[in-house]
Design a protein around this ligand. Structure first.
Ligand SMILES: Nc1ncnc2c1ncn2[C@@H]1O[C@H](COP(=O)(O)OP(=O)(O)OP(=O)(O)O)[C@@H](O)[C@H]1O
Ligand SMILES: [Mg+2]
Length: 278
């Protein structure tokens, strides 16, 4: 049975300078799913994410977490943020402690955990994100990719049920990008809900269970990756490229070079397996 963990109902957000960034957004996110948000620059993805853990408050409409409308008093927000963690698009905004270790331990310490438990969580988060060797380094001097890793470790150490990553792989080298996407699969296998935004249509196509396309502050389309990425009208309207797997599969099929009757493959191995021997 599906369980809805997070909802936005008719959410409108207007920034103080008058920009209307969200325009009656209504959507429901299923617990335990891998959900990818796509859409052009300025579509409203980051603004929406900041609503999911209460950093921004809707001008109209509501955000509902586990069936209850979120409240914005200090203790409700503290509780919400134990459950819903967000890794910001820009790591510069997120990191504020002097050293890497202090930075990653800040969240768990504030949760009132024992020193032992904090150390265990920080060590694990550093190991997963590959920053153990930077433990005592000043966050200020880290490279962009290292900052990005530390900002992900920050949230891992909090161990939230819902993890939101705003463009987690932008600026990362390809090896780490692959590792990060695998890491997110691991969270999902633990039953966590993983939400991310990306401009990488190939990664979204192969990775996500559910894709939501945002444009001009509204939901332009949502569904399973196979459906979304074959909807040429939607892709054009939201300035999205087609994943290479879909493009190549269509070409091969139009020339009769793939077996009939199977859906569009989501991995290169599946595609290679479909190509006919001539
Ligand atoms: N603090 C702010 N004050 C005023 N306008 C803002 C602010 N933050 C974002 N905006 C505007 O709100 C709109 C949505 O921006 P948002 O950052 O949510 O888009 P996005 O989909 O995350 O884009 P990107 O793919 O570039 O990260 C844009 O028009 C942006 O200029
Ligand atoms: Mg953004």
């Amino acid at each position: 049975m599906t369980e809805i963990i997070m909802e936005a109902r008719d959410v409108v957000h207007q920034y103080p300078d008058g920009t209307r960034a969200l325009n009656n957004i209504t959507l429901s996110l299923e617990k335990g799913k891998k959900i990818a948000f796509l859409g052009p620059n300025g579509a409203g993805k980051s603004t929406l994410f900041l609503h999911f853990n209460g950093i921004l408050k809707p001008a109209r409409g509501k955000i509902i977490f586990r069936g209850r409308e979120i409240r914005y008093d200090h203790s409700s927000l503290t509780e919400l943020r134990k459950n819903v963690g967000i890794v910001f698009q820009d790591p510069e905004i997120q990191l504020f402690s002097a050293s890497v270790y202090q930075e990653i331990s800040f969240g768990p310490l504030n949760m009132g955990l024992s020193r032992e438990e904090v150390r265990r969580r920080v060590d694990r988060a550093m190991e997963i994100t590959g920053v153990t060797g930077l433990k005592n380094k000043a966050t200020h001097y880290l490279s962009y990719g290292q900052k990005k890793r530390v900002s992900i470790a920050d949230i891992l150490a909090m161990n939230p049920q819902v993890i939101i990553f705003d463009e987690p792989t932008s600026g990362l080298d390809p090896k780490l990008t692959g590792q990060i996407m695998e890491l997110f699969d691991g969270f999902s296998r633990e039953g966590k809900t993983v939400i991310l935004s990306t401009h990488d249509v190939n990664a979204a196509y192969s990775w996500a269970d559910h894709v939501i396309v945002i444009k001009d502050g509204s939901v332009a389309g949502e569904g399973e990756p196979e459906d979304i990425f074959q909807d040429d009208g939607l892709l054009a309207a939201a300035d999205l490229d087609k994943p290479w797997l879909v493009d190549v599969y269509r070409q091969l099929r139009s020339r009769g070079l793939v077996a009939e009757g199977c859906g569009v493959p989501r991995t290169r191995e599946k595609l290679f397996g479909l190509i006919r021997n001539i």
